[in-house]
Design a binder for this molecule. Structure first.
Ligand code: PGA
Length: 264
């Protein structure tokens, strides 16, 4: 895992946006794995800004989102499809037919999960998968106890996740308890993964992911198995890492090496 520590949340978003910009300039038809939640919003705003400035185009790109609530239609304001339209898709030049979010209103969710895997494969696999992390260590809606080789499937949400996401629902509004999520195995198949975490509330989950054992108790720890996982943290999210100074040292060495190679 490459651990990148940035001074604040804005710098985390900037670092993440640079990763997408670099990929799209090298490979305009890249397959992007996208995420919802509050963490990616600042990154999406930077991508929108770069698109509006003419620096970036998504015209040839394809996207696959990590997850969706089961039981919500794409038009539902709390659905992740709706979130993506509002926060990104409607504001950039990505072709609507190239954007994929698991169908929360599928008549047959089990078949829909298989179809989602097939579509990812047919698109050539995901080049860069963006991730947040839940306070309980989930990635996508892969809650603790998720199989480390799991594929896209229906997953029951924990009470902790339902509680954390209740802020997005108005009081008394129906809040789904089930989801469709890419599996941990699906995420690990991405050629590169980019996990962003900001704020002290994520510090324990970040520590378990980076320094804890590989365990289904912390699904994000599965990223320890990935060949190209980049974890970008602000100071608060990094604050409980025991080897913080070592990670900073590695990053400085990486930067020096890139400078020497003329790649920074
Ligand atoms: P958040 O959610 O970005 O809203 O904190 C992250 C997640 O639950 O994966």
């Amino acid at each position: 895992m490459q651990i990148v520590i940035q001074p604040n949340a804005d710098a985390v978003a900037e670092y993440g946006a640079d990763q997408f910009s670099r990929l799209l300039s090298k490979k305009p038809d890249a397959v992007l794995g996208l995420a919802t939640g509050s963490t990616p919003v600042a990154l999406y705003q930077k991508l929108i800004g770069r698109y509006q400035a003419g620096e970036l185009s998504f015209a040839k790109a394809t996207s696959f989102n990590l997850d969706e609530y089961l039981g919500l239609s794409p038009e539902h304001p709390q659905s992740y499809r709706y979130f993506m339209q509002q926060q990104l898709f409607d504001l950039i030049d990505i072709a609507p037919e190239h954007t994929h979010v698991p169908p929360g209103n599928a008549a047959d969710p089990i078949t829909a999960c298989h179809d989602y895997e097939t579509r990812i494969e047919a698109a050539g696999g995901i080049d860069l998968q963006l991730l947040g992390i839940g306070r309980n260590g989930h990635i996508g809606f892969n809650e603790p106890s998720s199989g480390l080789r799991s594929r896209t499937r229906v997953k029951t949400l924990t009470q902790a996740t339902i509680h954390d996401n209740a802020r997005f629902f108005t009081e008394g509004e129906y809040q789904p308890h089930l989801s469709i999520t890419m599996g941990i195995g699906t995420i690990l198949d991405a050629r590169k993964v980019l996990l962003l975490a900001t704020g002290e509330a994520k510090a324990d989950a970040v520590k378990a992911m980076v320094e804890g054992p590989l365990s289904a108790a912390c699904p994000a720890s599965a990223l320890q198995l990935h060949q190209h996982a980049v974890v970008v943290l602000d100071e608060a999210a990094a604050s409980k890492l025991a080897d913080l100074e070592f990670y900073r040292h590695i990053e400085r060495e990486n930067q020096l090496l890139l400078q020497r190679l003329g790649k920074s």
